[in-house]
Design a protein around this ligand. Structure first.
Ligand SMILES: O=C(O)c1cc(C(=O)O)c2c(n1)C(=O)C(=O)c1cc(C(=O)O)[nH]c1-2
Length: 238
């Protein structure tokens, strides 16, 4: 027999309770926020997170390609523009490149993926693949880590400004922008999930999609935390 659907409030609670698995609790973020990361570790994080950033528009395009709802597509496309910009020198990817410069990484070093760790590549590619192959509303649910992002970014910004004064502060613009964009995006995505997931099965899938995303972000940071001495000289020289 089919199980009774959860109320909207209960579904929202279950989604929000995934916060306990979010990457703000990872030891690497704890060390970052306590001012304990070395310049090499900060650069490793920036170079590897860039791989996540540059794939976000691809996963959003995958969601668009799977979504038959015109009104949703009209809204969702804004996410791609936020990341890609409408012209050169605009958008989140460009802002992340500026962060790279602020920590001493050239555009070329970020763009050619020379520091991207295998674990990060697998985790990010799994997210894009998820969004290509799953029903669009599950991919929307996976984006709901953005409910948790702004609080983590606020703590990170304070720590970066306080403990990492060797970084050019202009590089932190990316995070300031996300503090405006993420709450708006998360609210819209949450409302979509609450409206579209009305059976217990689709509700459980939405929660599972968000759990998958939390695992992916966690795995990404595990790989970054561990590093990879195949980077050898190049990394330790920094
Ligand atoms: O810095 C962070 O901790 C963090 C986390 C997340 C997230 O929770 O997925 C995103 C971002 N940043 C981010 O900058 C971003 O553009 C973004 C897009 C998405 C998404 O899944 O659509 N998550 C995130």
């Amino acid at each position: 027999m089919e199980q009774k659907p959860w109320s909207e409030a209960e579904l929202e609670d279950r989604l929000r309770s995934q916060h306990q698995a979010y990457h703000h609790l990872h030891p690497f973020h704890a060390r970052m926020n306590n001012g304990e990361l070395t310049p090499t570790e900060i650069r490793r994080w920036v170079a590897n997170r860039f791989y996540y950033q540059k794939n976000i528009p691809l996963k959003d395009a995958a969601i668009l390609s799977n979504c038959p709802d015109l009104a949703v597509r009209r809204e969702w496309i804004g996410r791609i523009i936020d990341h890609d910009g409408r012209s050169a020198n605009e958008g989140g990817i460009e802002a992340w490149l500026q962060l790279g410069q602020a920590v001493g990484l050239s555009q070329e070093e970020l763009l050619d993926e020379r520091y991207v760790l295998p674990g990060v590549r697998f985790a990010v590619d799994a997210y894009v693949n998820f969004c290509r192959t799953k029903p669009w509303i599950e991919s929307v649910a996976a984006s709901l880590t953005e409910l948790f992002g702004p609080d983590a970014i606020k703590v990170r910004l304070v720590a970066l400004e306080k403990y990492y004064q060797w970084i050019d502060q202009a590089g932190f613009e990316y995070f300031r922008n996300r503090l405006k964009q993420a709450p708006r995006d998360a609210r819209y995505a949450l409302d979509l999930v609450l409206q579209h997931c009305k059976t217990r099965e689709t509700q459980e899938r939405a929660v599972a999609a968000l759990a998958f995303k939390c695992d992916l972000l966690w795995s990404q940071l595990e790989a970054i935390d561990r590093g990879d001495n195949r980077l050898g000289d190049k990394e330790t020289r920094r």
